[in-house]
Design a protein around this ligand. Sequence first.
Ligand code: SAM
Length: 279
Amino acid sequence: MAKAWFTEKHTPHAGITLALGGRLFDQKSPYQHVEVVETVEYGRMLLLDGCVMVTDRDEFVYHEMITHPALLAHPKPEQVLIIGGGDGGSVREVLRHRAVRAVHLVEIDQVVIDASRQFFPALAKDLDDSRVKVLVKDGFDHLDNHQSAYDVILVDSMDPVGEAAKLFTSPFFAKVKAALKPGGIAVFQSESPFYHTDILRQLLASMKTIFRHVAPYLAAIPTYPSGLWSFTFASDAVNPLTCTLRSEPALADGLKYFHPDLFRAAFVTPNYVRQITPK
Ligand code: SAM
């Protein structure tokens, strides 16, 4: 029987193609088309509007790199907010840190949470932890009545389309800053530095008008556009290029990508990224 293939175009002329082993879930939510497929090479894969969000085989890179740098750079990360991230992977990594007292997960789409619970148990396993509060609402609005409430805010969103578009705007960055406690740190997933250079340039420039320290860092994620992904660290108090990292014994084993030396290395970016990074 002819093999079925999945293709996501990253540009009009380039993309990724994966052999499929089956289709497991397919539902249109009020916000997006949510699908779960089985791939031969990467295991189960979550798609939103036809774009790869998570695969069993490489999700560890994204989830370890959006969480641990901020949590280790903060002296006492007790209150954590995750905007987006309905798959649960960021929650799992955040709860590895013993200092964490409470995690608010603010995901706009209940269907993403339900599909993750059903098809990605290794990701969603900590969504019912007593320290976690899952709120199904728009992250942009959630910040309005949470002034100075969080030590760390992680924006685990997706491409700047649909409901996620507003999460790449200055008004949102200003709200994130206002929701941070003194000494707070925010990290945003900030797209591919290779294919989305303009999005990253604009994001860095507008963030720099709001936060004292703004620095992109990179990670290699095979199923994401160009295989190279960026995250942006923003804080008034903590400079990621000079800060001291907390030691967290719980991280010693069990991580497949991140280790403290990689923290420094990830902020050493290639020239074409340095050139778009405000000083
Ligand atoms: N790792 C993935 C990536 O980089 O493409 C993102 C994973 S996560 C699934 C992204 C989540 O953000 C989606 O579940 C989406 O529903 C959610 N989201 C988008 N806009 C949102 C908003 N305004 N408020 C809260 N969640 C939002």
